[in-house]
Ligand binder design. Structure first.
Ligand SMILES: [Zn+2]
Length: 310
């Protein structure tokens, strides 16, 4: 593309459940900071955004381990990490947090818009693991067991950290609750699934040729070969893309904005990526600008968007 008018740079949102270490800095923060400073020296319009990822079972499990409330955990680690970044001179334009009301509203709006389209979600009733001693459904990391692919005995309900496989809790062999340590039982519950599979065709076109419906959209040559290969392996793998549940039975997170979804929250992997957008909105508000102009940084042909993941 010609010289972009605006640059949006993101660094991976760290979980507010522990302190940062040097590996984090070398991965997603220092390279992004160098890039942001370089563009600012060229006089470019730059928004460099980041913030704390404060939902999901990673937070509530940490809270339980320390005998504290989830709110107490995120407040502690958000402040700690924010000040570490400041002292290290990482030049974020904003360091936001996903517990902020603006982020809750923004993530709920994304859910609502998709829901109102009528064809993006599928409501599914399914059997999920439940800890009878603790009287709660067990989301993702509340279940550990043996990985069916590599036999690692401490695999989580959503992922095996040994072989990197995405898992569903019912695939685990000898599942046990991380709360009581006992074998959980299956109980029916309802969740909303985002029909990722129905987006496979345009995603494939976009990844391979950088076009959407034949129209140029981004420059595919800027993508490294192994990145394209990784994306295609998800699209063309054994089962292809699958519908994924984007809600959870948890008491910590962003409430699902539907009356019949009481007690359910948005899955953290649905809400957290939207955190970059709510951070952009807050950055605009802090400057007295229209928060809706986040679109100029995210959706405009004149904007260049670079994510540093680590
Ligand atoms: Zn495994």
């Amino acid at each position: 593309m010609a010289t972009p008018k605006r640059h949006l740079i993101t660094s991976a949102l760290p979980y507010a459940n522990g302190a940062l270490h040097l590996g984090h800095l070398a991965g997603a923060y220092l390279p992004a900071d160098i890039y942001a400073r370089y563009l600012r020296l060229l006089g470019r319009d730059v928004a460099f955004v980041c913030g704390s990822d404060e939902h999901g079972a990673a937070i509530t499990i940490r809270a339980k381990k320390e005998g504290r409330s989830p709110k107490d955990i995120i407040d502690t680690y958000h402040e700690l990490n924010k000040s570490s970044f400041q002292r290290l001179g990482i030049s974020f334009d904003i360091y936001h947090r996903t517990s902020a009301p603006l982020h809750h509203e923004t993530a709920q709006e994304f859910f609502r818009v998709l829901h109102e389209r009528g064809d993006q979600f599928e409501e599914r009733r399914s059997e999920q693991y439940y800890d009878e001693e603790y009287d709660q459904f067990l989301a993702d990391r509340y279940i550990v067991g043996t990985c069916p692919r590599c036999s690692y005995e401490e695999a989580y309900g959503d992922q095996c950290e040994n072989c990197g496989s995405d898992l569903s809790p019912t695939e685990l062999i000898d599942p046990r609750s991380t709360l009581s340590g006992h074998q959980p039982v299956l109980r029916p519950t309802t969740h909303w699934f985002f029909k990722l599979d129905e987006h496979a065709t345009w995603l494939r076109e976009w990844i391979v040729s950088g076009t959407v419906d034949g129209q140029p959209h981004h420059h595919p040559k800027e993508w490294k070969k192994h990145v394209v290969g990784q994306c295609l392996s998800w699209l063309d793998g054994e089962d292809g893309l699958q519908a994924r549940s984007i809600t959870r039975d948890l008491d910590w997170g962003i409430p699902v904005p539907l009356e019949r979804a009481e007690g359910k929250v948005l899955y953290v992997w649905f809400d957290a990526p939207i955190g970059y957008i709510s951070a952009t909105k807050q950055w605009l508000i802090d400057q007295g600008r229209d928060p809706e102009s986040w679109r100029d940084y995210w959706q405009s042909e004149d904007a260049d968007l670079v994510h540093f993941i680590g």
